[in-house]
Ligand binder design. Sequence first.
Ligand SMILES: CC(C)(COP(=O)(O)OP(=O)(O)OC[C@H]1O[C@@H](n2cnc3c(N)ncnc32)[C@H](O)[C@@H]1OP(=O)(O)O)[C@@H](O)C(=O)NCCC(=O)NCCS
Length: 183
Amino acid sequence: MYSAIKSIAKIFFLKIRLRKVNYNNLHHLVHIGTYTLIKTTQRSTIQFNANVAIHDYVKLLAEDGGVIIFGEKVNIGDYSTIRASRATIDIGPHTMLGQRVTLISTNHAYKRRDQYIHDQDIDAEKIGIKIGADCWLGAGCIILPGVTIGNGAVIGAHAVVTKDIPDYSIAVGNPARVISTRT
Ligand SMILES: CC(C)(COP(=O)(O)OP(=O)(O)OC[C@H]1O[C@@H](n2cnc3c(N)ncnc32)[C@H](O)[C@@H]1OP(=O)(O)O)[C@@H](O)C(=O)NCCC(=O)NCCS
Protein backbone atom coordinates (compact mmCIF):
# COMPACT_ATOMS: atom_id res chain seq x y z
CA MET A 1 0.00 0.00 0.00
CA TYR A 2 2.76 2.37 1.03
CA SER A 3 4.72 1.65 -2.17
CA ALA A 4 1.58 2.28 -4.33
CA ILE A 5 1.10 5.68 -2.70
CA LYS A 6 4.79 6.37 -3.18
CA SER A 7 4.57 5.52 -6.92
CA ILE A 8 1.53 7.77 -7.45
CA ALA A 9 3.25 10.59 -5.58
CA LYS A 10 6.34 10.11 -7.75
CA ILE A 11 4.35 10.35 -11.01
CA PHE A 12 2.48 13.41 -9.75
CA PHE A 13 5.73 15.05 -8.69
CA LEU A 14 7.37 14.30 -12.06
CA LYS A 15 4.42 15.84 -13.90
CA ILE A 16 4.66 18.97 -11.80
CA ARG A 17 8.37 19.20 -12.43
CA LEU A 18 8.01 18.82 -16.18
CA ARG A 19 5.04 21.12 -16.71
CA LYS A 20 7.21 23.94 -18.06
CA VAL A 21 9.11 21.92 -20.65
CA ASN A 22 8.11 23.17 -24.12
CA TYR A 23 8.61 21.12 -27.23
CA ASN A 24 8.34 23.62 -30.12
CA ASN A 25 7.45 22.84 -33.73
CA LEU A 26 8.56 19.28 -33.39
CA HIS A 27 8.16 17.59 -36.73
CA HIS A 28 11.03 15.34 -35.66
CA LEU A 29 11.82 13.73 -32.35
CA VAL A 30 13.88 15.14 -29.55
CA HIS A 31 16.26 12.50 -28.20
CA ILE A 32 16.69 12.32 -24.43
CA GLY A 33 19.34 9.85 -23.25
CA THR A 34 19.25 7.47 -20.32
CA TYR A 35 19.67 8.78 -16.76
CA THR A 36 19.24 12.34 -17.97
CA LEU A 37 17.58 14.60 -15.43
CA ILE A 38 15.31 17.43 -16.58
CA LYS A 39 14.08 19.62 -13.79
CA THR A 40 12.22 22.92 -13.74
CA THR A 41 11.09 24.80 -10.67
CA GLN A 42 8.46 27.53 -10.54
CA ARG A 43 8.38 30.12 -13.36
CA SER A 44 11.18 28.31 -15.20
CA THR A 45 11.16 26.87 -18.71
CA ILE A 46 13.19 24.54 -20.88
CA GLN A 47 12.49 24.90 -24.60
CA PHE A 48 13.42 22.19 -27.08
CA ASN A 49 13.34 22.71 -30.84
CA ALA A 50 13.35 20.03 -33.52
CA ASN A 51 16.05 17.34 -33.64
CA VAL A 52 17.70 18.25 -30.36
CA ALA A 53 19.74 15.38 -28.92
CA ILE A 54 20.51 15.30 -25.20
CA HIS A 55 22.74 12.31 -24.44
CA ASP A 56 23.16 10.18 -21.30
CA TYR A 57 23.60 11.35 -17.69
CA VAL A 58 22.99 15.00 -18.58
CA LYS A 59 21.49 17.40 -16.03
CA LEU A 60 19.22 20.20 -17.26
CA LEU A 61 18.07 22.45 -14.46
CA ALA A 62 15.98 25.62 -14.85
CA GLU A 63 15.31 27.26 -11.52
CA ASP A 64 13.70 30.42 -10.11
CA GLY A 65 12.61 31.92 -13.42
CA GLY A 66 15.53 30.41 -15.34
CA VAL A 67 15.16 29.59 -19.03
CA ILE A 68 17.11 27.13 -21.19
CA ILE A 69 16.63 27.29 -24.96
CA PHE A 70 17.93 24.58 -27.29
CA GLY A 71 17.91 25.62 -30.95
CA GLU A 72 17.25 23.14 -33.72
CA LYS A 73 19.74 20.23 -33.98
CA VAL A 74 21.62 21.12 -30.80
CA ASN A 75 23.58 18.15 -29.47
CA ILE A 76 24.55 17.83 -25.79
CA GLY A 77 27.25 15.31 -24.78
CA ASP A 78 27.12 12.78 -21.95
CA TYR A 79 27.48 14.03 -18.35
CA SER A 80 27.04 17.69 -19.26
CA THR A 81 25.33 20.04 -16.82
CA ILE A 82 23.30 23.07 -17.85
CA ARG A 83 21.92 25.11 -14.99
CA ALA A 84 19.89 28.27 -15.60
CA SER A 85 19.07 29.95 -12.33
CA ARG A 86 17.22 33.31 -12.54
CA ALA A 87 18.73 33.79 -16.02
CA THR A 88 18.64 32.48 -19.59
CA ILE A 89 20.99 30.03 -21.27
CA ASP A 90 20.41 30.18 -25.01
CA ILE A 91 22.15 27.63 -27.27
CA GLY A 92 21.90 28.41 -30.98
CA PRO A 93 20.95 25.92 -33.70
CA HIS A 94 23.42 23.25 -34.92
CA THR A 95 25.68 23.78 -31.91
CA MET A 96 27.40 20.75 -30.32
CA LEU A 97 28.59 20.37 -26.75
CA GLY A 98 31.08 17.55 -26.02
CA GLN A 99 31.04 15.36 -22.92
CA ARG A 100 31.04 16.89 -19.40
CA VAL A 101 30.51 20.47 -20.52
CA THR A 102 29.23 22.79 -17.80
CA LEU A 103 27.17 25.92 -18.43
CA ILE A 104 26.51 28.00 -15.32
CA SER A 105 24.18 30.98 -15.66
CA THR A 106 24.68 32.77 -12.39
CA ASN A 107 27.32 33.72 -9.82
CA HIS A 108 26.74 34.21 -6.13
CA ALA A 109 27.45 37.74 -5.00
CA TYR A 110 30.29 37.34 -2.48
CA LYS A 111 31.89 40.75 -1.79
CA ARG A 112 30.40 41.45 1.65
CA ARG A 113 32.13 39.92 4.65
CA ASP A 114 29.26 40.49 7.06
CA GLN A 115 26.97 37.94 5.37
CA TYR A 116 27.38 34.34 4.41
CA ILE A 117 27.78 33.99 0.64
CA HIS A 118 24.60 31.91 0.46
CA ASP A 119 22.71 34.86 2.00
CA GLN A 120 24.02 37.43 -0.51
CA ASP A 121 21.78 37.33 -3.57
CA ILE A 122 23.28 36.87 -7.05
CA ASP A 123 25.75 38.93 -9.07
CA ALA A 124 23.40 40.83 -11.38
CA GLU A 125 26.24 42.05 -13.63
CA LYS A 126 27.42 38.69 -14.93
CA ILE A 127 24.36 36.73 -15.78
CA GLY A 128 23.10 34.32 -18.44
CA ILE A 129 24.95 32.60 -21.30
CA LYS A 130 24.43 32.94 -25.03
CA ILE A 131 26.04 30.49 -27.43
CA GLY A 132 25.64 31.18 -31.14
CA ALA A 133 24.73 28.88 -34.00
CA ASP A 134 27.13 26.23 -35.35
CA CYS A 135 29.52 26.26 -32.37
CA TRP A 136 31.50 23.29 -31.07
CA LEU A 137 32.43 23.15 -27.39
CA GLY A 138 35.06 20.50 -26.56
CA ALA A 139 34.82 18.00 -23.74
CA GLY A 140 35.02 19.27 -20.18
CA CYS A 141 34.84 22.96 -20.91
CA ILE A 142 33.17 25.35 -18.51
CA ILE A 143 31.33 28.49 -19.59
CA LEU A 144 30.93 31.07 -16.85
CA PRO A 145 28.01 33.46 -16.27
CA GLY A 146 27.65 36.51 -18.51
CA VAL A 147 29.57 35.01 -21.44
CA THR A 148 28.50 35.24 -25.08
CA ILE A 149 30.08 32.81 -27.53
CA GLY A 150 29.72 34.05 -31.11
CA ASN A 151 28.36 32.12 -34.07
CA GLY A 152 30.65 29.42 -35.42
CA ALA A 153 33.12 29.51 -32.51
CA VAL A 154 35.12 26.45 -31.39
CA ILE A 155 36.11 26.03 -27.73
CA GLY A 156 38.93 23.56 -26.97
CA ALA A 157 38.60 20.69 -24.54
CA HIS A 158 38.81 21.75 -20.88
CA ALA A 159 38.75 25.47 -21.61
CA VAL A 160 37.33 27.79 -18.96
CA VAL A 161 35.56 30.60 -20.79
CA THR A 162 35.44 33.75 -18.68
CA LYS A 163 34.92 36.39 -21.41
CA ASP A 164 33.03 36.76 -24.68
CA ILE A 165 34.39 34.87 -27.70
CA PRO A 166 34.00 36.50 -31.14
CA ASP A 167 32.27 34.81 -34.09
CA TYR A 168 34.24 31.99 -35.79
CA SER A 169 37.11 32.11 -33.25
CA ILE A 170 38.94 29.08 -31.89
CA ALA A 171 39.63 29.55 -28.18
CA VAL A 172 41.52 27.23 -25.81
CA GLY A 173 42.86 27.13 -22.27
CA ASN A 174 42.10 28.46 -18.81
CA PRO A 175 41.23 31.26 -19.05
CA ALA A 176 40.23 30.70 -22.69
CA ARG A 177 42.18 32.73 -25.25
CA VAL A 178 41.54 33.02 -28.98
CA ILE A 179 44.28 31.22 -30.93
CA SER A 180 42.88 31.39 -34.46
CA THR A 181 39.74 31.74 -36.55
CA ARG A 182 37.82 29.49 -38.90
CA THR A 183 38.54 30.28 -42.53
C1 LIG B 1 40.49 23.17 -30.10
C2 LIG B 1 40.76 22.05 -31.06
C3 LIG B 1 39.55 21.77 -31.93
C4 LIG B 1 41.92 22.53 -31.95
O1 LIG B 1 42.31 21.52 -32.83
P1 LIG B 1 43.39 21.85 -34.00
O2 LIG B 1 42.80 22.88 -34.91
O3 LIG B 1 43.79 20.56 -34.60
O4 LIG B 1 44.55 22.60 -33.22
P2 LIG B 1 46.04 22.11 -32.90
O5 LIG B 1 46.04 20.73 -32.33
O6 LIG B 1 46.86 22.38 -34.11
O7 LIG B 1 46.46 23.10 -31.73
C5 LIG B 1 46.79 24.45 -31.93
C6 LIG B 1 47.43 24.96 -30.65
O8 LIG B 1 46.43 25.00 -29.62
C7 LIG B 1 46.80 24.15 -28.52
N1 LIG B 1 45.59 23.47 -28.08
C8 LIG B 1 44.76 22.72 -28.85
N2 LIG B 1 43.73 22.29 -28.14
C9 LIG B 1 43.91 22.74 -26.89
C10 LIG B 1 43.16 22.61 -25.72
N3 LIG B 1 42.00 21.94 -25.70
N4 LIG B 1 43.59 23.23 -24.61
C11 LIG B 1 44.77 23.92 -24.64
N5 LIG B 1 45.51 24.10 -25.74
C12 LIG B 1 45.09 23.49 -26.84
C13 LIG B 1 47.84 23.21 -29.10
O9 LIG B 1 48.71 22.74 -28.10
C14 LIG B 1 48.52 24.09 -30.10
O10 LIG B 1 49.42 24.93 -29.43
P3 LIG B 1 50.86 25.34 -30.08
O11 LIG B 1 50.51 26.09 -31.33
O12 LIG B 1 51.50 26.18 -29.03
O13 LIG B 1 51.54 24.04 -30.36
C15 LIG B 1 41.13 20.71 -30.36
O14 LIG B 1 42.45 20.75 -29.86
C16 LIG B 1 40.19 20.33 -29.23
O15 LIG B 1 40.33 20.74 -28.07
N6 LIG B 1 39.16 19.55 -29.59
C17 LIG B 1 38.10 19.15 -28.71
C18 LIG B 1 37.85 17.64 -28.86
C19 LIG B 1 36.72 17.22 -27.97
O16 LIG B 1 36.65 17.60 -26.82
N7 LIG B 1 35.79 16.45 -28.48
C20 LIG B 1 34.63 16.05 -27.70
C21 LIG B 1 33.72 15.18 -28.46
S1 LIG B 1 32.67 16.12 -29.53
